[in-house]
Design a protein around this ligand. Sequence first.
Ligand code: GLU
Length: 284
Amino acid sequence: MPEPTLVTRFAPSPTGYLHRGHAFSALSAFCAAQAGGGRFILRIEDIDRTRCRPDYEAAIYEDLAWLGLEWEQPVRRQSEHMDDYGAALFNLAERGLVYRCFRTRREIAEAIESAPHGAMEAFFGASLAPDEEARRVEAGEAYAWRLSLAAAEHALGSFKGLIFQEDGHGPSGEHGLIKAAPMIGGDVVLARKDVGVAYHLAVVIDDARQGVTHVVRGEDLFQSAHVQRLLQALLDLPTPIYRHHPLLAGSDGKRFAKRDQAETLRKLRTSGMTPQALRGELGF
Ligand code: GLU
């Protein structure tokens, strides 16, 4: 049987301008697809409408084109697929795998502080008695949906068979076949109060819908793969191969972050840097 086509993706959120770290990530995914005779996809992760801005999205297209990347059209924008995420959430809810969480950020922070058995305790088993829950829904209180790890483990029998392949490296050098340990994330939020979906759920659906075979991204997202592997099992979705890469650091030794808008690709461009020079610097 022929090998399936290698499909990689770059999935930025338009909440700021791209910086060198993004360029490295995008080039890693793009060049992996090229080297394997595969396809490269760009996806816009814009579920958070309050933080995403059209001008940042336009800048993503401009900056990546400047860098010499080409991607397939049409670009998938998460905000256009809320029904798809909603259906997956409904499926999980019907099977009792998620529960409503009415807590505010402050309440969660307080619960963590006062948790007797360590911080994560606060994120487990926070479901309410059914009548109390019904009362609060009726009263129109906002809630998030959290994945119930206890229910998920019960549904699958065990988390033992959850394995994913890491072709790159996690932050502690994790490589090869990795046993997923979704417990580390606690009962993660799958649907935010304000947005109706959250990162992990949207990502596993999109990776599956877009046929992504290799997830190339920064090692800061390595822990996410543990949770995402569990969601793939619960939703009967394929598991891609993961290839996490180290994060780039600036000359001050600090990792690039969107919040410090130093060294954005636009600034580099306007200061006269050529894409060839930047690619060379980044090792491509
Ligand atoms: N949208 C995420 C970010 O900008 C990346 C998600 C992923 O690669 O899985 O950090």
